[in-house]
Design a protein around this ligand. Structure first.
Ligand SMILES: *[C@@H]1O[C@H](CO)[C@@H](O)[C@H](O)[C@H]1NC(C)=O
Ligand SMILES: *[C@@H]1O[C@H](CO)[C@@H](O)[C@H](O)[C@H]1NC(C)=O
Ligand SMILES: *[C@@H]1O[C@H](CO)[C@@H](O)[C@H](O)[C@H]1NC(C)=O
Ligand SMILES: [Zn+2]
Length: 308
């Protein structure tokens, strides 16, 4: 009995070790905007909330984050491989036809098995819709409003990461292996994380808070201040979400995939020309997440955007 218990324990330890390896190996493929990108998007959004929406967000967050939405914005990436949440895995991205460089909801928004609406654009509408019932106390009890908030906040980040709306055959750049300066990476990961971390190291003493404050300064009184109103502009949620996805695949073609092949080494030229795009996408994601949350959780507006 003791021996077999020992064997069992041995098996489960090596199985755990196996799982740890698998998860570590696949880590770069499964991340969205890195935790830094998601946290910045959510911090920017939370600072733009009006009092009513701010209060609702506080009520929805678990106590242990002390009202900080950004602490949980990366949660959907952490659970997407758990059995219970496996269905959410296709909701982080959109695969568009290779080289088409456009997004069509009917054609592209489905999971790998063809199930409709299972993509990041469908998910944003779904969770916005779920959350829009919270204010009236008419939420479907099957839906967890905290989870709806976290999914919406996370997916608004993902849809603004250009390579999350990429080509099908290279999985949004995940299979394009290359070097980022001196270390190994892939094109998807360059956009998720490398550019952000290199910027933080080169210009902000590795302090992500300073980077985020610089982004905010650029839309409150800097280079993007006159664009803010157009970023926020949204009459109808589904066309806005489709617009965000179309912007991403356009940027992926124009800047992401442009002049990049497997085996390349990307360094200063690529970094300097793409950095402003990454920063603007993080800003847009945050500003637009705040816009949606203010409309569905704030005081009643006539122009409520979610279909009910
Ligand atoms: C919407 O959310 C529900 C659960 O909350 C889920 O069953 C459904 O698959 C989701 N659909 C999309 C498109 O996200
Ligand atoms: C809602 O989801 C969160 C996160 O998964 C969980 O901690 C919480 O217990 C859930 N709430 C309900 C009422 O099921
Ligand atoms: C903010 O704008 C300045 C001036 O154009 C630019 O140098 C800087 O890189 C921008 N910072 C961010 C984080 O976008
Ligand atoms: Zn994601």
């Amino acid at each position: 009995m003791q021996i077999s218990m020992g064997i069992l324990r041995g098996i489960s330890v090596s199985f755990l070790a196996f799982l740890v390896c698998v998860c570590t190996i696949y880590e770069p493929c499964v991340q969205a905007w890195s935790k830094e990108g998601h946290a910045m998007t959510c911090k920017i959004a939370q600072e733009l909330l009006e009092p009513e929406a701010k209060h609702a967000v506080q009520m929805l967050l678990p106590d242990y984050v002390n009202g900080d939405l950004s602490a949980l914005c990366v949660w959907p990436d952490q659970v997407r491989h758990w059995y219970k949440y496996r269905w959410t895995s296709p909701l982080h991205f959109i695969d568009t036809p290779d080289q088409a460089c456009n997004f069509k909801y009917q054609r592209d928004c489905h999971d790998p098995h063809g199930v409709k609406d299972m993509c990041v654009a469908g998910a944003i509408q779904n969770f916005t819709n779920q959350l829009s019932h919270y204010r009236h106390g008419t939420s479907d009890r099957r839906h967890n409003m905290t989870e709806a908030l976290l999914f919406l906040s996370h997916f608004m980040g993902d849809i603004h990461q250009p390579m999350h709306v990429g080509f099908t055959s290279d999985e949004g750049g995940n299979t394009i292996d290359l070097r980022w300066f001196r270390h190994k990476s892939n094109l998807h990961h360059v956009w998720d994380r490398e550019i952000i971390l290199t910027a933080a190291a080169d210009y902000y003493g590795k302090d992500i808070n300073l980077l985020q404050q610089d982004i905010e300064a650029n839309f409150t009184h800097g280079i993007w201040s006159s664009d803010l109103a157009s970023w926020r502009d949204c009459a109808d949620l589904s066309s806005c979400v489709n617009k965000y996805a179309a912007e991403s695949i356009n940027l992926a073609c124009k800047w992401g995939y442009k002049d990049v092949e497997s085996g390349d080494t990307l360094s200063d030229d690529y970094f300097n020309s793409r950095l402003p795009i990454v920063m603007r996408r993080i800003a847009q994601g945050g500003v637009r997440l705040a816009m949606i949350l203010n409309r569905i959780l704030g005081v009643e507006h006539e122009d409520s955007i979610a279909a009910t």
